[in-house]
Design a protein around this ligand. Structure first.
Ligand SMILES: Nc1nc2c(ncn2[C@@H]2O[C@H](COP(=O)(O)OP(=O)(O)O)[C@@H](O)[C@H]2O)c(=O)[nH]1
Ligand SMILES: [Mg+2]
Length: 206
């Protein structure tokens, strides 16, 4: 194999290369309880091969990770997901998905450094998982939007009911999504970007 072809074999794919027009990069964190679809969401919107540290659940996780309602789930993200999406020619989002299990909370240290905002993914079958996650974002003052991931056997509560159950502040956007669909996952990120813009304008005005 000559040098050139081996170079090509290990080099970046064209879609992995950041366009030269990109001038603004924003860090966004995707959080939520176990099995709410974080890895799925990052995977469906990312234009680079998402980096994921999915691992088959081992005995260590048995009885620790709550698999109620997610019985078919046999893998779990042990560290994090990473992906990238260009919103337009200038703006690029870097997505960091992080596990919601309490035993991984040490990973949260530093994770929100430089993060402009977060998406909290929720599953209506297990809303309680999201309480702590939301509380932690509020403590840190990280703006977030809530995305309700629709699972077929999940009760379809009206969004306003979910908002009430999660005790969200009135301005916090809440939307439905299907994390498996690129368009839907992208809409969630657009909702976050619009919300961040509104917050920035409000701060400027005051
Ligand atoms: N029906 C449905 N299944 C989903 C959706 N999002 C994720 N899943 C499935 O739910 C399981 C957990 O998703 P995963 O992304 O691994 O969750 P994570 O632990 O938050 O990273 C996987 O088997 C996914 O295929 C969704 O929007 N609808
Ligand atoms: Mg995951």
């Amino acid at each position: 194999m000559d040098f050139e072809s081996s170079e090509r074999a290990v080099g970046p794919r064209s879609e992995d290369v950041l366009p030269e027009t990109a001038t603004a990069a924003v860090k966004v964190v995707i959080v939520g309880g176990f099995g709410v679809g974080k890895t799925t969401l990052v995977g469906s919107v990312s234009e680079i091969r998402p980096l994921t540290t999915e691992e088959t659940m081992t005995q260590a996780g048995v009885g620790v990770d709550d698999t109620n309602g997610v019985e078919r789930k046999t893998s779990t993200t042990v560290a994090m997901d990473f992906g990238r999406i260009s919103i337009n020619e200038e703006l690029v989002l870097y997505l960091f998905g992080t596990p919601g299990q309490e035993r991984f909370w040490f990973l949260w240290r530093g994770l929100f450094e430089g993060a402009l905002g977060a998406v909290v993914l929720v599953d209506t079958r297990r809303l309680e998982v999201s309480f702590d996650v939301i509380g932690r974002l509020e403590e840190r003052g990280v703006p977030f939007v809530v995305a309700v991931n629709s699972f077929p056997d999940a009760p379809g509560y009206p969004l306003e009911e979910v908002r009430g159950a999660l005790d969200l502040a009135p301005g916090v956007p809440i939307v439905d999504c299907d994390a498996r669909l690129r368009g839907s996952a992208r809409d969630v990120l657009m909702t976050l970007m619009r919300y961040l813009q509104t917050l920035a304008l409000t701060t400027e005005a005051s």
